[in-house]
Design a protein around this ligand. Structure first.
Ligand SMILES: [Zn+2]
Length: 304
């Protein structure tokens, strides 16, 4: 009798262990939403898919919307299979049912990555502006919320009047770390050089940044704001895990796409995606990460 109990206990423990192990090994089911953007979404959503899937950690589906101006009422998204949603969308409003389901997904603690111009979308949807914390363009101004930037060792909220969202000419620039113990950034260099990209500045919104991960100095000499701009951060939004990365302006083709071919961008996307989906980052710091002086590219969207 005693022996039998032990055996049952042993099988129970083994079953639990195998279930957990299988869950950990299973790719993270991911949905990229795209189909409308003032950017080259036909390049960006494939680049993101390749970055995520080449890591072996993610399995990607697409939700591609109707074209701009077309009927959106049938673009109803089922979020239930997914642990991660990546927004690469800047266009017409989703239908009410998709909006409702997206908020429900987040309310239950869903993981989201806000990528580059996705934070331009939906200026008149208050919940979406909370989900992004900061956004730009689409007539954003002082009514959208304060400017938020790093000054005197803290994030400043500046309520002065003016446009929300701009950038100077594309150039290489250095990212500066803040919350260095956050799982997304832990072990990565505190300063590293990003390949040629836009540097978003003067973004506005509710400003509910949770953990600032990287900022960069937007130099007036390149047409910038003269401020240290928050570019990579998490968002304080209930139980949801939201990773917002403003880097990664898509190029003309997958081959000519330096901002997304940057190893730093790809590693941050991978680590931010894993964190948003699971709350942890299991990926080691790669040997090819850029330094403060030298950029690094993964032209084929995978680790060499
Ligand atoms: Zn852009």
């Amino acid at each position: 009798m005693k022996h039998n109990f032990k055996r049952k206990f042993f099988f129970c423990v083994m079953a639990c262990f195998l279930t957990c192990a299988a869950f950990a090994l299973e790719p993270i089911k991911t949905l990229i939403i795209t189909g409308q953007n003032n950017h080259n979404w036909k390049v960006s959503h494939i680049a993101i898919q390749q970055i995520l899937e080449n890591s072996g950690l993610f399995e990607v589906d697409f939700a591609i919307s109707p074209a701009k101006g077309e009927d959106m009422s049938d673009f109803v998204i089922d979020f239930s299979p997914y642990r991660l949603v990546v927004l690469d969308y800047n266009g017409d409003s989703w239908c009410k049912e998709t909006n409702r389901r997206f908020l429900e997904y987040l309310r239950k603690g869903g993981g989201v990555v806000i990528y580059h111009a996705a934070d331009n979308a939906f200026p008149a949807w208050p919940a979406f502006n909370q989900i992004c914390a900061l956004g730009g363009w689409e007539n954003r101004d002082e009514n959208s919320g304060p400017y938020v930037y790093w000054k005197d060792n803290q994030l400043i909220k500046d309520y002065s009047e003016g446009v929300g969202g701009s950038h100077g000419r594309q150039h290489e620039y250095v990212l500066n770390a803040h919350h260095t113990q956050h799982p997304v950034v832990k072990g990565l260099p505190e300063h590293w050089r990003h390949a040629q990209d836009e540097l978003y500045d003067r973004m506005r919104g509710p400003g509910n940044i949770k953990d600032l991960i990287y900022s960069a100095y937007s130099d007036k000499n390149t047409g910038g704001s003269g401020r240290e701009e928050p570019l990579v951060f998490t968002v304080d939004y209930g139980k949801a895990r939201i990773f917002h990365v403003m880097l990664g302006h898509a190029g003309e083709t997958l081959e000519n796409n330096p901002a997304m071919q940057c190893t730093g961008f790809q590693v941050l996307l991978l680590r931010g995606s894993e964190w948003a989906a699971t709350g942890e980052v299991t990926q080691p710091v790669p040997a090819d990460f850029p330094t403060e002086e030298t950029i690094s590219l993964r032209k084929d969207y995978k680790e060499k």
